[in-house]
Ligand binder design. Structure first.
Ligand code: HEC
Ligand code: HEC
Ligand code: HEC
Ligand code: HEC
Ligand code: HEC
Length: 392
């Protein structure tokens, strides 16, 4: 039995359009000429077809792995590190590797009463759970009847969204392309490169919620990126140099998930003149455009917000006027089903303009000043844009 049913698996198997080519009886056709064979060309060995891979998340989360694939000493990412160090090293610094150990998550989990509804995406394998729901008291999904899990693996729990969560099913390793020289069985699955697989965890609806709680996949699906076939993997797992194993082409999809806000938003500034005069009000225009995120900015977890600060600086890099701020955030009710009360985020491709009148202080230092646009998230401050202005 699954511990909870909050996860809405956006099940979008690529329409396997079996275009049954009509095998018409065309009696009068002239038979085609025999194919030309270049006998001087070396004969390429034909790789045997790769075994078909089992589906990745068909039965929901958590996933049970039947047996250790032949040739692997354990399912731990530490073992994969020996050969796939580039994948390992990029993954180990990522949010996926910290999905369980992350302090922010641990604190939120405690305040949610250690709900089993919170753990399946953060711990996607059955063996990562010390207890499992053997049923629900009075059928109430918030009151699971927990039993000790005999296959619990403490090491694997610490690895959060670990390699095996995406790469091991049945008793085989799942890869994006065929491989003949792996020391473990490899089955090929197109699902790995499909955004629907990210949706398993990056799309979540609460019962009775007005909008999905996590809607990254839904936002992407409705965007121009989806129409153009630009996937989550294209932006978040771009190939990086790092040949790891014999036979690899020298590039590997990065597992760091790099999501640089500077790649997501453009900040366009406007001023009547490239100069501000101390003591005289000046209107500054700011247009924020979501030019690089394939979904809303910010996306996902609704408590994630960005404050955008517009700062007028004098020649000594000191604030010449009070900072103007605007917030990009989705505000939700504090309790389930977390109904949305306001949304000031930038949808994919969307833009928003604001103007603000600053009155530069008379005591500022004249000379080469600047207007700066800063993105602030928690304690992180990113300078998004800085343009020079003369302070007179
Ligand atoms: C959240 C899911 C996820 C996790 C966790 C994950 N991977 Fe991957 N991995 C992928 C996807 C998706 C691709 C294929 C991307 C593409 O090319 O479309 C991939 C590709 C690969 C490839 C194939 C490279 C190639 O191009 O042939 C290797 C090897 C690999 N991963 C190893 C690992 C290892 C080792 C770990 C753990 C340290 C790991 N992965 C963790 C999703 C994951
Ligand atoms: C002893 C070395 C070794 C270990 C350990 C190992 N692998 Fe591999 N793996 C290989 C080699 C070699 C290949 C074949 C690479 C190729 O064909 O380009 C391969 C292929 C793969 C592929 C398929 C790549 C593709 O191009 O489709 C994936 C995914 C993968 N391994 C994941 C893992 C994971 C996850 C682990 C740990 C649970 C692991 N491997 C442990 C050596 C290893
Ligand atoms: C098995 C569940 C699972 C799958 C599948 C999965 N993710 Fe994640 N992902 C998570 C969890 C859980 C986190 C948050 C970890 C934390 O910070 O606590 C996360 C975090 C992230 C982050 C960083 C978010 C942040 O706030 O720092 C990015 C980017 C991301 N995932 C992209 C992807 C992409 C792209 C795919 C598909 C190739 C994918 N994920 C597949 C569970 C998953
Ligand atoms: C066109 C490129 C692009 C596509 C396509 C894309 N993303 Fe992103 N994504 C970004 C950029 C750039 C950011 C950084 C902006 C931010 O911090 O919110 C980001 C941020 C994120 C974050 C938040 C990271 C954080 O630190 O808060 C998550 C989670 C995420 N993406 C998951 C996905 C998933 C899942 C998909 C597919 C359904 C996807 N992305 C498709 C470019 C893309
Ligand atoms: C459907 C899968 C899923 C479920 C269920 C889930 N999460 Fe998450 N969680 C994610 C993903 C994916 C991310 C990262 C991307 C994002 O922020 O959208 C995340 C991120 C987080 C973060 C942010 C971590 C950080 O460092 O910023 C917290 C906190 C969190 N989750 C807590 C919870 C709690 C508490 C619950 C139960 C009420 C829960 N999650 C249930 C998938 C899930």
């Amino acid at each position: 039995m699954r511990p909870h049913r909050l996860v809405v698996v956006a099940c979008l198997p690529i329409a396997a359009i079996g275009i049954a080519l009509a095998r018409g009886k065309k009696g009068q056709e002239v038979p085609p000429p025999p194919p030309q064979v270049d006998i001087s060309a070396p004969v390429e060995p034909v790789a045997p077809p790769a075994p078909a891979a089992p589906p990745l998340f068909e039965g929901g989360l958590p996933v049970t792995i039947a047996a250790l694939p032949n040739g692997l000493p354990s399912l731990s990412a530490q073992g994969c590190n020996a050969c796939h160090w580039a994948a390992h090293d990029t993954w180990s610094g990522s949010a996926h590797a910290k999905a369980w150990s992350d302090e922010v998550f641990q604190t939120a989990l405690k305040s949610a009463g250690n709900s089993t509804a919170c753990v399946s995406c953060h711990l996607p394998l059955t063996t990562q759970h010390d207890t499992l729901a053997a049923g629900y008291i009075d059928g109430d999904l918030t009151r699971p009847r927990l039993e000790a899990n005999p296959s619990f693996d403490l090491t694997l729990r610490g690895e959060g969204v670990t390699c095996a969560a995406c790469h091991v099913r049945g008793d085989t390793v799942i890869g994006p392309r065929p491989s003949t020289d792996a020391p473990h069985p490899v089955a090929v699955s197109a699902e790995l490169s499909d955004p629907a697989m990210c949706a398993t965890c990056h799309q979540l609806s609460w019962p009775d919620g007005d909008r999905p709680f996590y809607d990254t996949y839904g936002e992407w699906k409705g965007s121009a990126y989806a129409k153009a076939g630009v996937t989550c993997q294209d932006c978040h797992m771009a190939p990086t140099a790092g040949a790891t194993v014999p036979g690899s082409d020298g590039t590997l999809p990065s597992h760091a998930l790099g999501a640089d806000p500077r790649r997501a938003v453009s900040a366009l500034l406007s001023l009547p003149k490239a100069a501000v005069v101390r003591g005289q009000p000046v209107e500054v225009g700011l247009t924020l455009q979501n030019t690089g995120a394939g979904h809303a900015f910010p996306t996902g977890n609704p408590w994630k917000q960005y404050r955008v600060d517009v700062v007028l600086l004098d020649a000594a890099n000191k604030e010449l006027a009070p900072v103007f701020s605007t917030v990009l955030a989705r505000t939700v009710d504090p309790k389930p089903p977390y109904k949305t009360t306001a949304d000031t985020r930038l949808g994919p491709g969307a833009q928003r303009s604001v103007t603000h009148t600053f009155t530069p202080g008379v005591k500022g230092v004249a000379g080469r000043g600047a207007v700066e646009v800063r993105l602030v998230r928690d304690k992180q401050v990113i300078v998004l844009q800085r343009v020079m202005v003369d302070v007179t």
